[in-house]
Ligand binder design. Sequence first.
Ligand SMILES: Cc1cc2nc3c(=O)[nH]c(=O)nc-3n(C[C@H](O)[C@H](O)[C@H](O)COP(=O)(O)O)c2cc1C
Length: 274
Amino acid sequence: MALLTINPDKCNRDGICADVCPIKIIYFKGKESLPVSVPGAENLCIRCGHCVAVCPTGAISHEIMMPEQCLPVKKEWRMTPEHAEHFFRYRRSIRVYQKKTVDREVLARLIEMASYAPSGHNLQPVKWHVIYDSVELKRLTGLVADWMRYMIKKHPDVANLMHMDLVVAAWDAGVDVICRDAPHLIIAHGSAADTTAQTSCTIALTYLDLAAPPLGLGTCWGGFFQAAATFWPPLQEAMALPKGNVSYGAMMAGYSKYKYQRMPLRSKPQVTWL
Ligand SMILES: Cc1cc2nc3c(=O)[nH]c(=O)nc-3n(C[C@H](O)[C@H](O)[C@H](O)COP(=O)(O)O)c2cc1C
């Protein structure tokens, strides 16, 4: 199949597909001509689907997506600014979870929603690793505590900054402030050699964090876990990510024990305008 296929009966030659193409591989030979792609377009196209998504008449198909496969944008579902502001402000970091596992299908849907996050060059480099079993999560969390013990001994300045002594003391007393007794942990990982992977994982996890409340889920960034996953070989080994991949972020997930009633205040944005 060709990279782009144009339905001549539907194409109204408005040029919008060429205008929005990020790589500018679509052009028109003349006013009445159909859109065509530049030589070598197959190697340049980032497969973002903008040409298919923007065409008002559904005249353009890409080799990996036809207009009929792409869900239409529902105007009636667009958030008002008030709804959007509420949506961004009501999400909370959840640190107290019900002792209840989340169905795999629900976590899979959460991850699917997060997979629509933007990625550099549309490379979509984010891979997901779900620590679904809470016993296994406890074992991995114990390795984070081991890393902290090592840090307290060998790098006390860094350990002090992160109050690792308190975290370890809590862990030893049976209180988990590392993964908060969450039933599940979702790790976003990618190739260590891919320079876009870290940012893409962070953005995808941010999407995941935002997608959780509409699914009735609570999430919290696993900052301690991610730090240990970056620096502590025993944890890296235990996570068993595919060879060459590293963890770029971790998110606890489960059902919140409590409901929040109000949205806390935050500092005013510091903005400079030119
Ligand atoms: C990169 C990052 C790492 C974080 N790590 C942790 C963590 O290890 N444990 C934790 O309880 N909260 C962690 N948090 C949550 C923040 O403390 C939280 O976002 C902040 O207090 C604001 O609260 P809110 O998310 O409810 O608005 C982290 C947040 C971010 C963005």
